[in-house]
Ligand binder design. Structure first.
Ligand code: IMP
Ligand code: MG
Length: 183
C-alpha cells in the first residue's frame, strides 16, 4: 500500500520508501562492522518489526539467525499501558549468544527496557538494540539503544510494519495517522 491509496486517513509522510532503504543500508554497515566474524541472533518483536527485520537482515553480510517474540503493551489503543505480556516467547535458548533486538519503534521505552532485562537475565553473551524509529519520550528512560534509524516527533505513526488496529502495516512508508481515525 502506498500513501496515495490511504491518503484520506493519513496526514503526512515522515519517512519515505527511499529514505527507509538508504537508512537500513547504513544501519547494516554499522552492524556488519561491529559483529564481523560473529554469529548473531536477531530477535524481532512481532508484529511491528517484520518489515524492518526483513530489510535489515537481508542487508547484512554477517551470519545471522532469526527468532521472534510477541509482546503486548498497547491493546488496541494508541497509548502505552505499561503492562507487558508475552504473547509468544522465543523458540530457542539464547544463553551465550550475541543478541540484537530489532524493534520497530521506541515510544515510552517500557517494552524495550523490559525486554533487555529479560534477555540479559537469560544469559545472552551480549544484548544490543537496533530500533528503526524513536519518539522523544524514549529519551527520558534509561534504555541503552545502540542504533536508531530516525528520531520522529511525538505523533502516532503507521506503516513499515506499524499498525493501528492491525491496519496500515503494509504501507510502504512511515506516515502520521490522521487523529480523526482514532478519536
Ligand atoms: P513503548 O513500550 O511505549 O516503547 O511502546 C513500544 C511499542 O508500541 C512499539 O513496539 C509499537 O508496537 C507500539 N507503538 C508505539 N508508538 C507507536 C506508533 O506511533 N504507531 C504504532 N505503534 C506504536
Ligand atoms: Mg513493537
Amino acid at each position: 500500500m502506498n500513501f496515495e491509496s490511504a491518503k484520506s486517513q493519513l496526514t503526512k509522510v515522515l519517512v519515505t520508501e527511499e529514505q527507509i532503504k538508504t537508512r537500513v543500508a547504513e544501519l547494516a554497515t554499522e552492524i556488519d562492522a561491529k559483529y564481523a566474524g560473529k554469529d548473531v541472533l536477531l530477535v524481532g518483536v512481532l508484529k511491528g518489526a517484520i518489515m524492518f527485520m526483513a530489510d535489515l537482515s537481508r542487508a547484512l553480510s554477517i551470519s545471522t539467525s532469526m527468532d521472534w517474540m510477541a509482546l503486548s503493551s498497547y491493546g488496541s489503543g494508541t497509548v502505552s499501558s505499561g503492562v507487558i505480556r508475552i504473547l509468544k516467547d522465543l523458540d530457542a535458548e539464547i544463553h551465550g549468544k550475541h543478541v540484537i533486538i530489532v524493534e520497530d519503534i521506541i515510544d515510552s521505552g517500557l517494552t524495550l527496557s523490559w525486554l533487555q532485562t529479560t534477555l540479559n537475565a537469560r544469559g545472552a553473551a551480549s544484548v544490543e538494540v537496533v530500533a528503526f524509529l524513536r519518539k522523544p519520550a524514549a529519551a527520558k528512560v534509561e534504555v541503552p539503544v545502540w542504533l536508531v534509524g530516525y528520531d520522529i516527533p511525538n505523533e502516532f505513526v503507521v506503516g513499515y510494519g506499524l499498525d493501528y488496529n492491525e491496519k496500515y502495516r503494509s504501507l510502504n512508508c512511515v506516515a502520521v495517522l490522521d487523529p480523526k481515525v482514532y478519536s
